[in-house]
Each structure stands twice: as C-alpha cells, then as structure tokens.
Design a protein around this ligand. Structure first.
Ligand code: BES
Ligand code: ZN
Ligand code: ZN
Length: 504
C-alpha cells in the first residue's frame, strides 16, 4: 500500500472513502468538520446527537454522501476519550478503518490526521501510527488460498489529509517510518505463518538472501560442518534429528561509520518445535511453526533498517534449527559442549530455544557489540506470568532496559520487566555438567533468561521473551489471528529512537 500526504479540505477532496477520527464525549464535531456537516445536511451531528456515533475506541459508522461532497463515503472512527489518547489508539482506529474500507471494496481512501494537543505526539508520530495501523489492519495471509475473489484484494493507497502545508514534510517522514514498521511486521508475519514444511531452515536462508539484496547488507551462512568446526554444540544438538540441517545466519548492515560498534540482534529461529524426544502434546502443536518469530523479527528489522538507511551498524544473528525426535536426536541426559566452551546437561529437549540462543549470544560476544538484544518465543511460563499483552524483559543493563520500555510504549508493543537475580541459578545446577537446561518448578521465564546470561559477555544485554504475545487466538484491529510477529516494531522503534538520541 502506498501513502501520500495532501493539503486539502474535507469538503473539497474527491475520494472513495474519507476517514475521519473522532473522540468520545466530544459534543462539538470540531471546527474543521462543520462545513462538511453543513454540506451533508447535518447528518454527522445527527449521528452524534442520536448516540449512533459516540466516538468510542474503534467504533465505526459509514455514511454515503450521495454527491453532497466530492468524497463518496465518510467513515467516522472512534478514538476513545481525548485524555486517554495514545499512539496505539490511533494505530488501532486506523486498523479498524482499513478493515471497514476494505469491506466497501474501495481500494483507495483518504484519512484526516487526528487533532491532538499533546507532547510526544507530533505530526510525524501520528502519521507513523496511522500508516502502521492501516498496513497491519489490512494484513491477510492468503498464500495457500485458491480463492482469488476481489474481496481478498488488499488496499492500494491512502492519502493523509492535512490542513496546513507547514506539516507536509514532517508527515512525509512519519509515513516513511510507518511504512517501514508496517511492512516489516507483515514480512515477519508471513515468515512465521508459512507452514514448517515450507519454511525449513534452508528456506530461511533463502529469505535472508533476499534481505541481503538490500543496500549495505552482507550475508554469511554457517552450515553444519562449519558449525562443527566452531563448536556450536547448542544449535547442532537441537537440529541433529531433523531432515533439514540447522543453519547459522549472520546478516550485517553497515549504515554507520566504519569501526563503530554494532547493535547485535539474536533471534530464536526454530522452524518447528515438536519438543524433540520430550515430545509436546499434540493440542496446539501446529502453533510451533511460529517458534521462529524471534528470527522473523530480526530479519524484518534488518530489512527495515536498510530501507530506512539508518546511520547505524547492525548485525542480525539467526541460529536456525528444526527440533525433532528421531534416532539421531539429542536425548534427556545428553551433555552438549556449547560454543562458549561451557557444558549443558539437556534434561528436557523441549527447552531447546536457550540452547541455540546460547551459541548465538556467545557468537555475538565475538563481534565487539555496542549492545546485544535477543528475542525469542522462549517459555510457556512467560504466558503464565504475563498473559497476552506484555513481552517479558530481562537483562543486565538498566539504560538498555529503559530504552526498550520507552520503545515499547511508542511501538504499541509493551514490555514488562522480570528479575534476573543470581539466586535463581540454584535451580539450574546439574550433577554432571556446568548447568542443566531446565530450572524446575517456578520462575520459568527467569531461569530461562538466567541460563542465557551464562553465555553473555561483558556488554549491555537484554532478553525479550515473546512467547506471550507471539500468537493471537482472535483477529484484533492491528493483529491478525495466528502469528503476530510481535517484537518487530519494538526492535525497529528502538533503532529509530537510537538514531534520534544517540546513546554513548
Ligand atoms: N517454544 C517453546 C515455548 C513456547 C510455548 C512458545 C508456547 C510459544 C507458546 C519452548 O521451546 C518450550 O517448549 N519451552 C518449554 C520449556 C520447559 C521444558 C522448561 C516450556 O515453556 O514449556
Ligand atoms: Zn520447546
Ligand atoms: Zn521452542
């Protein structure tokens, strides 16, 4: 979908649908809307008065204008109470609007930028949230559907209508960012949506090759024999029973100065998690095709960074494996020697994410990173603790943690911190190796992160557990049922904030 910005009036803009956001408990229609209301014979104020349009969050009402103004239809969409406004409210209202516009079978529409008088919500932020919302709200995964009727066609274009020329360039900047975050999320959703018989480790490599076609992105892939040479016991141990050999992907984007320390992302990329010998129950096992979402988010973030030409050096690491049972599989009790040299007793083969990430984090340490962020669908315990609206955040560096808290608020993908105290290591002790890969009862999200910490060098590090938010059981305004690609916008927003306020 393409978005442009135009200066114009509500009564003078020809369009298929004109989307107008409105607040709850706003009896006046707002000055800008009055001429439009007059031309429509008072229809809009009538809808307010009768209570048919109250402006509640994500409420919509569609009005056909029948030639009274150049816009064929008006779509009112609610933002909720003015004092509760957040960027995510705007994002969701636009996601809702996109779905409603699509129902009309119009492919292009215009939208008015909402009037706000609040700091931290400048026209570029508003435009970013609007574009992001529309792209996300319009997302469908149709690759495997044979029905190609017109209802399945995505939206083509949106025009953001502004009343003064002075903000046009600012809005343009926001559009560019919204396109980057929205498209990246759709790309990551596609990756996680593809079934595991298609999205195998070698297919992930193909996808990384496509990303490497962007300017300034370089790809290196370590195959199993190279991994053996290096001693990546974690990735090899998890992937060894699969018919699809494991891979280790390194994507480097050089947008910053030569020699400037890179930001390193490590994404758990398990293309299917059957649990291995510690086999998972069959109910919902199909969801484990999305156990690669950490990797999807990292790939998509690298692509977005390159498309936005961000002035940063960024490296994405993807340890990729399919976790399967079989005659050659890692068994409970097996001991693996990891890239860092530490040994791990595998007591449960279903706790595989931490094994592949351990090698990813050890590899990251060799890259002299400015900071390292890992992102993973790591523990069911994360869902138990946080439900479906917060990403788990743990780490060793307060400043970096604060940056992620701030980015989460802006991106509409909020994080919640859990403790990472060394006391919990007691639960990870093994009788035969340096540690075991499960932490027993209690604090499952914490012990998993503490396991990862054993492989983290002397650099700022945060871990994002996205098992809670990774899959949506229902369609929501900006989140489609199924894989959500959660964390993608969070990572990109973190980069955008870093560019705006470089941290030394
Ligand atoms: N991929 C799962 C975690 C997961 C569960 C993600 C549900 C999304 C939804 C992970 O590999 C796993 O199986 N973790 C185990 C760890 C346990 C054996 C210590 C878990 O959480 O049950
Ligand atoms: Zn598992
Ligand atoms: Zn897993």
């Amino acid at each position: 979908m393409k978005t442009t910005v135009k200066q114009g009036t509500l009564t003078g803009t020809p369009t298929e649908v004109l989307v107008i956001p409105g607040y709850e408990e706003d009896s006046s229609m707002g000055k800008a809307i009055q001429p439009l209301d007059r031309n429509l014979g008072g229809q809009l104020s009538e809808l307010r008065k009768s209570g048919e349009f109250q402006g509640k969050a994500n409420q919509t009402v569609l009005v056909h204008t029948r030639g009274a103004v150049p816009a064929k239809r008006i779509l009112l969409v609610g933002l909720g109470k003015r004092e509760d406004l957040t960027l995510d409210r705007i994002r969701q209202a636009m996601g809702t609007a996109a779905k409603r516009v699509r129902q009309t079978e119009a492919r292009s529409f215009s939208a008015v930028i909402p009037g706000v008088n609040r700091s931290g919500m400048w026209p570029d932020d508003l435009a970013q949230a609007m574009v992001d919302g529309v792209i996300l709200g319009d997302y469908r995964f149709t690759t495997y559907r044979t029905d190609t009727s017109s209802k399945n066609k995505p939206l083509n274009s949106m025009t953001i209508l502004v009343d003064t020329a002075s903000i046009v360039n600012t809005v343009k900047r926001g559009i560019q960012r919204g396109e980057a975050t929205g498209e990246a999320t759709c790309f990551a959703r596609d990756l996680s949506n593809h079934p595991a018989n298609v999205m195998t480790p070698s297919r992930v490599v193909e996808e990384a090759k496509k990303v490497a076609k962007e300017k300034k992105v370089k790809l290196t892939v370590l195959n199993p024999s190279k991994m053996k040479q290096l001693g990546m016991g974690g990735v090899l141990g998890v992937g060894q029973a699969s018919q699809h050999p494991p891979q280790f992907i390194i994507l480097e984007y050089q947008g910053g100065k030569k020699g400037e320390k890179p930001i390193v992302f490590v994404g758990k990329t398990v293309t299917f998690d059957s649990g291995g010998i510690s086999l998972k129950p069959s109910e919902n096992m199909e969801r484990m095709k999305a156990d690669m979402t950490g990797g999807s988010a990292v790939l998509a973030t690298l692509r977005a960074a390159a498309r936005l030409s961000l002035p940063l050096n960024i490296i994405g690491l993807l340890p990729v494996a399919e976790n399967m049972p079989g005659g050659r599989a890692t068994k409970p009790g097996d001991v693996l020697t990891m890239l860092s040299g530490k040994t791990v007793e595998v007591q449960n083969t279903d706790a595989e994410g931490r094994l592949i990430l351990a090698d990813g984090l050890a590899y990251a340490g060799r890259l002299k990173p400015a900071c390292v962020i890992d992102i993973a669908t790591l523990t069911g315990a994360c869902t138990v603790a946080l439900g479906q609206f917060a990403i788990g955040l743990l780490g060793t560096d307060n400043k970096l943690k604060d940056q992620f808290k701030a980015a989460g608020e802006r991106a509409g993908e909020r994080v919640w911190e859990m403790p990472l105290w060394d006391e919990y290591f007691e639960q990870l002790k093994s009788d035969v190796a340096d540690m075991r890969n499960i932490g027993g009862r209690g604090g499952g999200m914490i012990t998993a992160a503490l396991f990862l910490k054993q492989f983290v060098g002397n650099f700022p590090w945060v871990h994002l557990d996205i098992a809670s938010t990774d899959w949506s059981a229902s369609d929501r305004p900006c989140i489609s049922k199924g894989p959500t690609a959660t964390g993608t916008r969070l990572l990109i927003q973190f980069l955008l904030n870093t560019v705006n306020k470089p941290q030394k």
